[in-house]
Design a protein around this ligand. Structure first.
Ligand SMILES: O=C(O)CCC(=O)C(=O)O
Ligand SMILES: [Fe+2]
Length: 365
């Protein structure tokens, strides 16, 4: 049995080597990326530096997509925040539209939190004219493409975060972390007011910059690699403690208690978390996400077909995960639930998430 496993690993070696040149990040899933010897020799740190340099180059190519002020804020802080992003009537019609949205809802259980998402495909957007015009608005889409350092539309979802609805362990997103070793863009246009009640996004300003101290911290984490105590960290989403922040000379996290209609765009290579929510509560948002091969120097072309293909690939991937889980008598970590789950708070704290143990641990970042 063990020798069969060894043979399988040996046969996959070319794939593991190829993954060095992609966004693959898991120390535990890839014996090259997680190799203690190679990381002592600096593999992880070299990937981190090269990815940052290539991303910076792509971002420079797209600098006309953002104002000088936005660019400065993003380079300095790692995030851009815009209050009252939409005119009031536009926001109200977007909000009303989303509150009535019915589409395929997928759910993910993370500790005591439920996340619901609806992928904003063309088919879904056909029923959401205000949302469609938001995504098409150059002041929105261009800023997202600049901050993503990629000239393709990000993937958009309607997302609802329901906190304290399960008797489970704390949500792993509530621990300060970096999503991955390279710059990644995530954006939130909040449809609800956000406060400690429903778990505000929280970010350490300036923590996206690769200071010498940050690189030293990356280095020592990478040497521990797959042995890191936190399993999300072992998969490449490193966790950071208060002491670490202090030793890197970073400031205390900024908690974004913001009113609805605030847009936040962040480089989630910087340290961030979902703040603790005090109440059984919901946080509804238009959520965008862009991650690309960090070593590809080309910013790309914004072809419409590319977005369509991305949606097709995501849907096929999720369906494959559904089938794989079903074959084991389980459900996938992002499984389909009833359409009204997006809007309805579970009546009581869902009994327990112990049966979630049979599911594959969801990707945190
Ligand atoms: O939902 C949030 O406030 C942040 C969650 C997070 O860590 C992420 O999306 O990468
Ligand atoms: Fe994150």
């Amino acid at each position: 049995m063990r020798s069969l496993e060894k043979l399988k690993t040996a046969l996959k070696f070319p794939v593991y080597i190829g993954q060095i040149f992609t966004g693959a990040k898991s120390f535990s899933a890839n014996p090259i990326i997680g190799s203690r010897v190679l990381n002592i020799m600096g593999l992880h740190v070299a990937r981190t530096i090269l990815a940052a340099a290539v991303t910076r180059f792509r971002m420079m190519c797209l600098s006309s997509f953002a104002t000088a002020e936005q660019r400065q804020a993003f380079q300095r802080d790692g995030f851009v925040l815009i209050n009252d992003f939409l005119a009031e009537d536009q926001f109200n019609s977007l909000n009303a539209e989303v509150r009535g949205l019915h589409g395929e809802v997928r759910e993910c259980v993370q500790g005591d939190t439920l996340t619901h998402r609806v992928l904003l495909t063309n088919k879904v957007l056909a029923k959401l004219p205000s949302c469609r015009s938001l995504l098409a608005a150059p002041r929105f889409s261009r800023l997202l493409r600049y901050t993503a350092a990629r000239n393709n539309d990000p993937i958009y979802y309607v997302q609802s975060i329901k906190s304290n609805v399960i008797n489970g362990t704390p949500d792993p997103q509530r621990t300060l972390h970096s999503d991955t070793f390279h710059p990644t863009m995530k954006a939130w246009l909040f449809l609800d007011d956000v406060s400690d009640r429903n778990g505000p996004f929280t970010y350490v300003a300036g923590s996206h910059r690769l200071s010498f101290k940050r690189l030293k911290w990356e280095y020592s984490n990478s040497v521990e690699g797959s042995l890191l105590a936190n399993r999300y960290a072992a998969r490449g989403s490193l966790r950071v403690s208060d002491d670490d922040l202090e030793s890197m000379g970073l400031e205390q996290p900024t908690v974004f208690n913001v009113p609805a209609n605030t847009l936040i765009i962040a480089n989630t290579n910087g340290f961030h978390r979902r703040g603790v929510a005090t109440d059984v509560s919901n946080r509804m948002e238009i959520w965008a996400y862009s991650r690309t091969n960090p070593f590809n120097p080309l910013p790309g072309f914004n072809f419409l077909w590319y977005t369509k293909v991305s949606h097709f690939v995501i849907e096929k991937y999720l369906q494959r995960q559904d089938r794989k889980a079903a074959a084991k008598g389980a459900v996938a970590s992002w499984h389909v639930v009833g359409e009204d789950a997006l809007h309805k708070m579970p009546d009581t704290r869902v009994a327990s998430n112990s049966d979630a143990k049979s599911k594959r641990l969801p990707e945190v970042a």
